[in-house]
Design a protein around this ligand. Sequence first.
Ligand code: BV8
Length: 250
Amino acid sequence: MDENKIDELADVLGSTSRVAVLTGAGISAESGIPTFRGSQGLWRQFRAEELATPEAFERDPKLVWEWYDWRRKLIGEAEPNAGHRTLSAWQRRFPSLSLITQNIDGLHELAGSRDPLELHGNIWKTRCLRDGTVRENRDVPLSEVPPRCPDCGEWLRPHVVWFGEPLDSRVLDEAFRLCSSCQVMFVIGTSAVVHPAAALPLAAAEAGAVLVEVNPEPTPLTRAADFSFRAQSGGLLPLLDRKLGTRRAP
Ligand code: BV8
């Protein structure tokens, strides 16, 4: 890991007040949750893109819910890692730190991050197909698959954004507003292939923000990044935080 680049970034952050962070599945990898596009991103013989769609749910709601039930069990046993915890601590270190996540696992909130902007929803929430009521449901395993609305008996769906579905426009507008007005934007643990989330870092860079990528692999964002650390977030973020410790009071 390039210590000089980390020192250089710590110097930049020492005089930064507005930070935005976009995270993807990679920040939860060290918590034992498989990423989407890594080899472990498979369940039975399916890829996420085949199951996280309205068509798949229409065709076989039981299969799609079995997949979410399996993920809920996995996520329910997972703990936030040092990467999540560092970002939570940074909400006290920086006057303004906006956390935007593509993840639906809720680990940022569990690590103490306040009000993360969840672009793609949350695996612990369901939505009634009849009246759209959103409820929290933490049953592991689900009492029945597919689960039914306690009010009307209609099937529930996961309150997440599937491929081919639009994101909540208020959430997306807020995400673009935050990224276009930050001084430094971190992009952590995302392959940067899923849109419109992948456009957020480019909006930040176009608005003049310093772009910082943390990912063991290069991504389509790497060439636009001012700092690109080929590293795991669970190691890099605490190391950067220790460097910051000498430059900014929490
Ligand atoms: C929409 C919720 C329009 C469900 C998810 C423009 C261009 C190209 C395509 C499109 C486009 N516009 C729309 C599309 C289509 C599509 C899309 O982007 N497809 C991709 C696959 C090409 N987008 C959509 O369909 C979006 N909807 O645009 O609607 C519209 C408008 C009006 C009316 C109708 C429609 C909706 C996208 C949301 C899909 N839902 N999740 C669920 O989770 O069950 S997306 C899913 O992928 C997850 O949220 C995940 O977070 C996200 C992105 O993946 P990553 O997080 O990046 O995960 P990945 O595995 O890919 O990468 C992990 C990375 O971590 C790797 O790089 C790895 O190296 C790194 N890593 C590993 N270990 C570590 C690490 N990094 C750091 N530390 C480590 N230790």
